[in-house]
Write a protein of this length. Sequence first.
Length: 216
Amino acid sequence: MAQNQHNISDLRISYTKAKLNIEGTDPCPIKQFEKWLNEAIETKTAEATAMSLATVNEQGQPSVRTVLLKDFDSEGFVFYTNYESRKASEIDFNPSVGICFLWKELERQVTITGAASKISKDESKKYFKSRPIGHQISAWASTQSSKVPNREWMLARKKELGTKFSDGIVPYPEFWGGFQISPTEIEFWQGRENRFHDRIVYRLEKANWSRSRLSP
Ligand SMILES: Cc1cc2nc3c(=O)[nH]c(=O)nc-3n(C[C@H](O)[C@H](O)[C@H](O)COP(=O)(O)O)c2cc1C
């Protein structure tokens, strides 16, 4: 293998900031998630709500991309996207998804496995209306995941839609909305010294959450 100019095989940082044990976690994984997310936001972790979302296509090929968490509760974790995008068609085919939050500044990761489903149109509409107008117009202008000729073409399309909605009222686009991921497994990972990390996993078993420690 070619040698990278930064010698990446020698890049290492030591994780020493915190520990995690079962007694120190909340019996409810959603409450535990809320605690860690709050700590990530309060410690100014960059893009604390950004999560990697993995989906699988008809050929069994996984794909992954970043989306932003916009809401969560005991029912699940919500993000918004174009319903005609690659991720949305993969979810239509197979609702099983994985998400991963990496909070580097806290040496923490949370991974979640579950099933995605569309949220109600009313909820999507409500969130759409709360977005800045520029974001609303971009949602209309984006044919997310499809090939386009060039950036000029995209800008011309956006300008046209900006003119169309110049009265400042942007209707809700039916092809855009939220997905909620109902979790069946949630794992909390805390980096520890010498790669001997702490992992606590919650699994949904007969409507109750179990908690176990996993080997690093
Ligand atoms: C920090 C960050 C946040 C993003 N948030 C979203 C989001 O909330 N929704 C979304 O559809 N795409 C978001 N994107 C873009 C996606 O990563 C992706 O490029 C896009 O959704 C198309 O994915 P797809 O072709 O696999 O469907 C974000 C990208 C980054 C880097």
